[in-house]
Write a protein that binds this ligand. Sequence first.
Ligand SMILES: [Zn+2]
Length: 291
Amino acid sequence: MSLITGLRDLYPHLGFDDRPLAASCDDGWLGILHAFLGDADKAMAAGGTFMLQQVKEKMGGLHMHYATADVAPDARRAIDDAHRLASTRSFHVCEICGRPGRLNNFSGLWKVVCSEHADGELGTGVPFDGPFDAHNSYSPEEDPFVAARPTVAEFEAAPIIQGWLIEEQAEGGHPWLYGWFFGHPDIGEGEHGHTPPLVQMDEMMPPRWVRTDSQLYRLGICYPPAEREIRYWAQKLARRPVTYGEPPGGDNDIEAMLIFLRSTGRLRSMKIDRMELAYREEKESDARSGA
Ligand SMILES: [Zn+2]
């Protein structure tokens, strides 16, 4: 996995040293890791210190090493229980993509994978069908954390949103997602709109799916906000529907879109100036961060 950063802000009661956390497993388990850290953070609110030292894949499952000091026994127990749950869950979640999976043997290498990733870089996996732990009554079907993840088949049948943008709502409200819709039964191809409130979102970055009460969506390409706004207006004022696979706004020439927007006379020039400035700043900060 990637290096994980920003944990200190998310989990104020946990201790991390200043380096980004290096995890030696794939990103599909990010959600499991965050669920564990959320539980540990709650347990640590009563005091003491907790230091996460290592996150790794071992014999196909997720393992974490952490040290605690001055922690009440029930808090320590809650953290150990959360760790056991995380390890158990990892045997049912694809380590590569986070969709439901099972333990497979790839010529001696054990890895939990979904049906799509059971046949790939590692070769063809042989599913493990023995019991993991006869004393553990855990059932993934009864754990919403695992059961609500989109399966490969559901994922492939889901509509896709291109050029998506998350719109946070006021305190307590679920965010929405704006974008151009494709493959939706009730929305015209390439139409721009927003989803109902989101109830679940992929933990991987960038996320590949979101769920509302009634619909799973796949997420396609996303653009930085200022670039996206220019694309939005260029597409809207050109009145050309977006076709699948074509970037909204026509192509990837943002400068040409700005010239076009000024030529239409349909937006106030102050608005276009503001969009252009925001776009230039976005490009500069991308260049600075090496993105
Ligand atoms: Zn997978």
